[in-house]
Design a protein around this ligand. Structure first.
Ligand code: GLN
Length: 446
């Protein structure tokens, strides 16, 4: 814990942490020492981890990357946090992220962007940018992230680490600040699939406090890591390898897939004709859900409140107007529009129908193969500031990741190689509750 706290102090310029909970970490580390001395260790006793600042932590600020919650100290722990505490882990602090998890570069954070340790002029990806930076720069052995449309996998890919987005319902969302509730899912970000398996073991499982948590037994995620991949059927969605895919990214992915063939896997093309509809469907659904979820920030109950409001309407308008950033406002406006009377059928309902078509594409493909593979991102890490003026360009960052959230499937990004010194991720997509298989496939490559 002391080594990591010192490293965090030395690398503040990376802006990975919003809060470093040094005092708490040292207390937890001492408690871990006592537990070890007593001979009663829990699975992660004394292992430092850091939490994305979207998970509520009792007594430690939870900002969600926003001015709105810059003064917010949750009165309770998120279930994921509570589970890490029970497992004996030590919390180093809370990690930088895009505001309310809306973004793909960590640039919408109220605290400024975290910086990619491979080139500090470049973004780390987002929204779990701080998590990816902290793991990649060895400021923490592991971290949590959340993934609504790619926010675990895309930053993991751009920072050269391993990130797993579990099946929707596998990890409790209780105490994880809501962005788009039907898509949000928490998961591990770590150096390797092996480490991600250890974190998944703690994070996964039924929670009665989350109405969409699935009551299904949690397998031993480490048990099958070394299983043979002889006969593994890999599907390559034709739409992922279209001519628009950057040729160097394509070559890196192809060579990773060739490694799997050497391990005994077979490869076949699969057709998923509705994939191209994923981005528009996602931005309708995610914006609609966020406009509803973010209505709770009214300046009254918690969070930012404007000075000297003239009346209640002024209080609402100025509190929200002053505390939300531009991207969050854009999403709330789009979502409110899509949900307004008379437009519901044209937008939200239509997007939900498209969502079903996309799920059906995956169902069909995954009935033929064991896993799907492809790129995670259309490019390597881009320069800070280069896409901030163009939301559409930024939304296209998630072109390979978003469909997976619409379908609720598990998927991971593992380090596949480098282009000009910048990491490239390999995307591995599995069937519902197939996290153990994904970890096995990820581990055998590494
Ligand atoms: N970049 C996507 C968005 O801005 C996904 C973010 C996420 O997964 N939280 O909505």
């Amino acid at each position: 814990t002391q080594v990591f706290l010192a490293r965090i102090g030395r690398h503040q310029a990376l802006n990975a942490f919003v809060t470093v909970s040094e005092e708490l970490a040292l207390q937890q580390a001492e408690a871990a020492d006592r537990r070890l001395a007593a001979g009663t260790p829990a699975p992660l006793t004394g292992i430092p981890i850091a939490q994305k600042d979207i998970f509520c932590t009792q007594g430690v600020k939870t900002s969600c990357g926003s001015k709105m919650l810059d003064n917010f100290i949750a009165p309770y722990d998120a279930t994921a946090v509570e589970r890490f505490n029970q497992a004996g882990a030590v919390m180093l602090g809370k990690l930088n992220m895009d505001e309310f998890a809306m973004g793909s570069s960590n640039e919408t954070s109220f605290y400024g962007p975290a910086r990619n340790p491979w080139d500090t002029e470049r973004v780390p990806g987002g929204s779990s940018g701080g998590s990816a930076v902290a793991v990649a720069a060895r400021l923490t052995p592991a971290a949590t992230g959340t993934d609504t449309g790619g926010s675990i996998r895309q930053p993991a890919a751009l920072c050269g680490i391993t990130g797993l987005k579990p099946t929707y319902g596998r990890v409790s969302r209780y105490g994880m600040i809501a962005y788009a509730s039907s898509l949000d899912q928490g998961g591990p970000m770590a150096r390797s699939a092996e480490d991600a398996a250890l974190l998944m073991q703690v994070m996964a499982g039924f929670d009665g406090k989350d109405s969409t948590s699935v009551d299904q037994p949690v397998p031993d995620y480490s048990a099958g890591l070394n299983d043979s991949l002889q006969g593994l059927k890999i599907g390559l969605p034709k739409q992922f390898f279209s001519p628009e895919l950057d040729s160097q990214i394509a070559a890196t992915i192809q060579s990773a897939i060739a490694e799997y063939q050497k391990l005994g896997a077979t490869v076949q093309e699969v057709d998923m004709p509705n994939l191209e509809l994923a981005i528009p469907a996602y931005y309708v659904i995610a914006s609609a859900e966020c406009s509803s979820n973010l209505s709770r920030y009214d300046g009254v109950r918690f969070g930012y409140r404007c000075q000297n409001p003239a009346d209640l309407t002024d209080l609402y308008i100025r509190s929200r107007g002053e505390a939300f950033g531009a991207e969050v406002k854009r999403r709330i406006l789009m979502g409110t529009y899509a949900l307004s009377a008379g437009y519901y059928d044209a937008y939200y309902l239509k997007a939900q129908q498209v969502r079903r078509l996309i799920s059906d594409d995956f169902k069909r493909a995954l009935s033929e193969v064991d896993v799907l593979m492809g790129p995670v991102t259309p490019s390597t890490a881009f320069k800070i500031g280069s896409k901030t003026d163009d939301p559409i360009q930024m939304y296209l960052e998630d072109i390979y990741t978003i469909a997976i959230n619409l379908a609720g499937l598990p998927a991971m990004s593992i380090p596949a190689g480098f282009i000009a010194g910048l990491p490239v991720g390999l995307h591995i997509i599995g069937n519902y509750f197939g996290e153990a298989k994904l970890l096995n496939v990820g581990h055998r490559y590494q």
